[in-house]
Design a protein around this ligand. Structure first.
Ligand code: GLV
Ligand code: MN
Ligand code: MN
Length: 399
């Protein structure tokens, strides 16, 4: 047994929420490399040191607290979406800290902690762990920009003074990430724990349609090259065409749109938007990409738009390691008998990247009303501490 302290773990979660607390519910605004994110990482570094861990920060701001010798790695991320909740990522890092701290005090087992940087994709898709795992080349990442045009290379300079050097993945025997489900299944079925079977894959790219900016009062409707109208037509055509290839679990989202110049009396000349799609099958993701590109080309032609596709980012679907997963299932059955289940993850996680380096597994706590990536995100504190106990028990059993 690892003698974890649930009250100390909850107090740490609330303390972490203080960095970037939004004032709306338990919301948090802590995007990667912003002041609140860096302050939270500095606080985390101090907690790791107090716990007796050796801190290392790599060149892209991933923060590690290392136990001596070979160890199991636990953690997630402490950056948030532009409007996020207090648990997405934070839960996994604070549980990791509590288990590592308790294990250090008890004389073992060796547990290391990580908070990956930019999991939420301000610059890429799970950027920090994608680079650490070798999935994303640092020089490519450095050229990626956020929606305001800030390059990753410039953003990461804000943490340059804290960088100690690269962290060798060979010292870790496996990685387990605790996270909130961020969907409705566990909450709706009254379950306390989910053990993840697989994580879906994703594709993500920016698309730009460029027409002709013009006067909104004098330009006849038939003579316009209106980028918003082209985007609206693209969206409708795409929804129709995708219906033939998707499953009920497939999702696609246009979540960020920048209209230029975004003024009431100007026919918009440019629409730049994010196009993201997710599915459990790589083949289906590829098929969707073909449909997205073909539809965009067709609509651009019909609306006299120039068309540009940005770089394609993506992650393949991955299955969890059977041995680590079995340890989580055994612990879940002990802590929450009849209140746990196995389920796939529709959200992305750093675990997808880390699976390139070592065996990985994940467990979920329920999300109240299935809400996440919103200020309303929350979980019953009894469910949070149950998840901590399951993870601690599984780690002890694996050691
Ligand atoms: C991760 O935050 C995701 O978008 O699934
Ligand atoms: Mn997350
Ligand atoms: Mn998230």
């Amino acid at each position: 047994m690892i003698p974890v302290d649930p009250a100390r773990f909850l107090a740490d979660l609330h303390r972490l929420r203080g960095f970037g607390a939004s004032g709306v519910g338990k919301g948090v605004v802590r995007p990667a490399f912003g002041d609140a994110d860096i302050a939270a990482r500095d606080w985390l570094i101090a907690q790791m040191q107090d716990a007796g861990l050796t801190v290392q920060v790599d060149a892209v701001g991933n923060v590690f607290g290392l136990a001596a010798g070979p160890s199991i790695l636990l953690g997630s991320h402490t950056d948030s979406q532009p409007e996020g909740g207090w648990l997405d990522g934070a839960l996994g890092v604070m549980a990791a800290l509590e288990i590592a701290r308790a294990a250090q005090a008890a004389g073992g087992p060796a547990v290391s902690v990580v908070s990956f940087q930019d999991e939420e994709g301000r610059f890429g898709v799970t950027t920090g762990s994608a680079i650490w795992s070798g999935h994303l080349d640092l020089t490519v990442a450095d050229g990626l920009c956020d929606h305001a045009g800030l390059p990753f290379a410039a953003a990461r300079r804000a943490m340059a003074g804290r960088v100690t050097g690269p962290v060798d993945p060979a010292q870790f025997t496996g990685f387990i990430e605790l996270h909130i489900e961020q969907g409705p299944h566990l909450f709706q079925t009254g379950r306390q724990i989910g053990v993840v079977t697989d994580i879906v894959g994703i594709r993500d790219m920016n698309i730009t349609l460029t027409g002709q900016q013009n006067h909104a009062g004098t330009t006849p409707m038939h003579a316009r090259q209106d980028a918003f109208q082209a985007l609206a037509a693209f969206n409708q055509a795409l929804n129709d065409r995708l219906r033939n290839v998707v499953t009920p679990q497939t999702v696609w989202t246009i979540g960020h749109v920048a209209l230029h110049p975004n003024a009431s009396s100007i026919v918009p000349g440019r629409a730049e938007f994010s196009m993201q799609w997710r599915d459990a099958s790589s083949a289906r993701l590829d098929k969707m990409e073909r449909i997205i590109r073909d539809t965009a080309e067709e609509i651009a032609g019909a609306h006299q738009m120039a068309l540009n596709f940005g770089p394609m980012l993506g992650l393949e679907p991955v299955a969890m390691d059977p041995h680590l997963r079995a340890a989580l299932e055994t612990a879940a059955a002990q802590i929450a008998p009849d209140r746990w289940c196995a389920l796939p993850s529709g959200a992305l996680h750093d675990a997808t990247n880390v699976a390139r380096l070592m065996p990985v597994a994940m467990l979920f706590a329920p999300s109240i009303n299935g809400i996440s990536h919103a200020f309303e995100e929350d979980t019953d504190e009894g469910d949070l501490t149950a998840a901590l106990q399951v993870l601690a028990r599984a780690v002890a059993a694996l050691a």
